[in-house]
Design a binder for this molecule. Sequence first.
Ligand SMILES: [Zn+2]
Ligand SMILES: [Zn+2]
Length: 384
Amino acid sequence: MSGARVIGKMKVYGYGTKSKEDELVPVTFERGELRDGEVAIQITHCGVCHSDLHQAKNDWGNTIYPCVPGHEIAGVVTEVGPGVTRYAKGDRVGVGCMVNSCQECDSCEKDEEQYCSGPKSCTLTYNGPKNPDGSNTYGGYSTDIIVREEFVLRVPDEIEQDKVGPILCAGITVYAPMKHFELKEGQTLGVAGIGGLGHMAVKLGKALGAKVVAFTRNEDKKEEILAMGADEVVISTDEEQMNDAAGSLDMLINTIPVAHDIAPYIQLMRPNSHLVIVGNMDSFPEFSPGPLVFNRISLSGSLIGGIADTQEVLVLCAKHGIAPATKLVSIDAINEVYEELANGGGQDFRHVIDLDTLRKLEEDSQLEATELPSPERGDLAKAS
Ligand SMILES: [Zn+2]
Ligand SMILES: [Zn+2]
């Protein structure tokens, strides 16, 4: 199918939704022309992130419809535009949560495009700019995507194609704070919440030489978490175990995705340590800053990571044989997957869509695809 594609039009198929009440349905749209510096990618796999579900359902109130989710993309380069220097046809590549940024603000200069302060902020892979301005982007639940080369990641040979996606969201989200706050060999890293983000944090923390203590409510998961490489597992609902761990952590990556009492986690921290929130965006119940003050504990948040750090975490995963736990699914099972996630299922692995299933449906003429307006891709920033 890709052989017959006219790149100037680049008609692609995908799955998307027109409103929060609708399920995801087959869609078709044009990605447009391959411009200077851009790379066309045939998508082989796309991870299903909890954000996809939140965005499709407008849980954050900022969804632009139609919405074609997906920001954990693995694929193969099919064409490169004029001036592309980093990639060639046939390269295995990934695309994570961002596809563009201004490339000239302070944050972009520091390789922290996720904090871009340009006029459109960074452009997210789907649902457009972080600060919506009416433009939209369509993500990886689709057969192909066009991305400027600065936002394309190189996939090391050691990483299987279906394992790439979750590293580009879950992996970088937990790795970026470890790097920024300088987790050192021999230090003790706590990981609170052992789901999609947490299991990657355990593995990456070990790869960086830290002692890793996992905090979970789920006693049944203890053996599994130890098998991931955690040195210790603390049951967070057991007050005695939590008290025994008091003052022991140099860093805590808190991946718990819902509001919760963080006071018991603050007491785990050593002087000069970092408690980093990467999961929850809702209000925390009231807590006293006393323990922060008395031990110079910093409480911070962190959002995904820059492109350079994302490339770095891919290389780190390849070097240490780190792969996320995944389960391959067909594109037409996506609504069932969403239902499973909404009901609290799928905690122990990431669903990854095999996009060949979408190509097969199209080839077999089994897709009744709704035509969507073409997505915005974000302006090309100043030529580099
Ligand atoms: Zn994500
Ligand atoms: Zn910028």
